[in-house]
Ligand binder design. Structure first.
Ligand SMILES: Nc1nc2c(ncn2[C@@H]2O[C@H](COP(=O)(O)OP(=O)(O)OP(=O)(O)O)[C@@H](O)[C@H]2O)c(=O)[nH]1
Ligand SMILES: [Mg+2]
Length: 321
């Protein structure tokens, strides 16, 4: 805190909690704008490592409704909350199917809540990297908790696996949900299972079935995946859901897992950043460097195979370093 004058103006604004500066910086991250480098660099020492709680689950299970309920609970105890919703935008239509922006708009006047939607399409270096950097900006801006909503499918799941400190998988009490979740790989990532819509029939059975699966598939000795029943319409169980999330956050500290996870996550992040950067540079060189173009021509002519070309490319790069 000794030299704020030397920070870029945008970083200073974010650290002051300026919402417009924050929104602009997240957009820069999302677009792979190099302007984000200086801002992220400046704010990083000021990040505290706030809880990042991921809510994943199939379409329409009530993730946004639960986030709304959690926001009310957290605001009532004076904590500030930032929400990042990762849109499952289709690579074909480019369209986004979520209406979260509208649903959360009612909180526009509360400065203790910040909502941001991020397109999973187009984020340079992947949605997980962009979401993690957005969470860091929100942390630096002073929010106490970051909630991330994703639809549990494919690439978007990775965001939750790689960045959330506590991962909540949301289900509803309908036949077959548990099995589908297992298939989608969501089962392995859950720290907390939330069976939402317990006002509908079948909730007890769903929770019992889940309990059996959890006992069979236990991830670690220390943390037994919690199962919580909720209803956002009644509402019911929201405090129990938050208590389960907090219990997991406490476990991360007590077991030393938070430090281990962070080390692993940062290592993955740094390697990923290098891979993206070097990959883009190499692809450019391969097309435009006169010598390396010849390499590509040989592969096209079948006089060199792609692996041999890759080895030569690596050697060529090493020589120029
Ligand atoms: N009966 C019942 N309906 C609920 C409950 N929670 C949410 N819903 C309804 O379920 C529908 C989907 O809720 P959302 O909160 O948008 O679910 P979501 O998982 O965020 O949906 P997507 O973001 O589209 O995947 C809405 O019509 C909600 O009103 C609940 O506890 N009980
Ligand atoms: Mg939603």
């Amino acid at each position: 805190m000794s030299e704020p004058a030397r920070l870029p103006a945008a970083a200073r604004a974010i650290l002051r909690g300026d919402r417009r500066a924050l929104a602009r910086a997240i957009t820069a991250v999302e677009n792979g704008d190099p302007a984000a480098d200086a801002i992220l660099g400046a704010i990083y020492p000021r990040t505290r490592g706030v809880p990042i709680v991921g809510l994943a689950g199939p379409l329409g299970v009530g993730k946004s409704s639960l986030i709304n309920a959690l926001i009310s609970l957290l605001r009532a105890s004076g904590r500030t909350v930032a929400v990042v919703a990762v849109d499952p935008s289709s690579p074909f239509s480019g369209g986004s199917v979520l209406g979260d922006r509208i649903r959360f708009e009612g909180r526009a006047t509360d400065t203790g809540v910040f909502f941001r939607s991020m397109a999973s399409r187009g984020a340079v270096g992947g949605v997980a990297a962009a979401t993690l950097e957005a969470a860091r900006l929100l942390d630096a801006a002073g929010f106490d908790i970051v909630l991330v909503e994703t639809v549990g499918s494919g690439q978007v799941d990775v965001a939750i696996r790689e960045i959330a400190t506590t991962r909540v998988v949301v289900l509803v009490p309908h036949l077959g949900d548990e099995v589908q979740t297992l298939k989608a790989g969501l089962f392995e990532i859950a720290d907390v299972f939330c069976v939402n819509k317990t006002d509908l029939p079948g909730a007890d059975i769903a929770q019992r079935n889940l309990r059996d699966l959890v006992v069979q598939g236990r991830k670690t000795e220390e943390w037994a995946t919690r199962i919580v029943g909720t209803s956002t319409t009644q509402p019911n169980g929201i405090d129990a859901l938050w208590e389960a999330i907090e219990a997991h956050e406490r476990y991360l500290d007590a077991s030393g897992e938070r430090a281990r996870n962070e080390r692993q996550r940062l290592s993955t992040e740094i390697v990923g950043l290098v891979r993206d950067r070097v990959g883009r540079e190499l692809a450019h060189e391969l097309e435009h460097d006169p010598e390396l173009r010849g390499l590509l021509d040989q592969v096209i002519a079948r006089s060199l195979d792609p692996r041999a070309a890759a080895r030569r490319l690596r050697l060529a790069v090493r020589r120029t370093e």
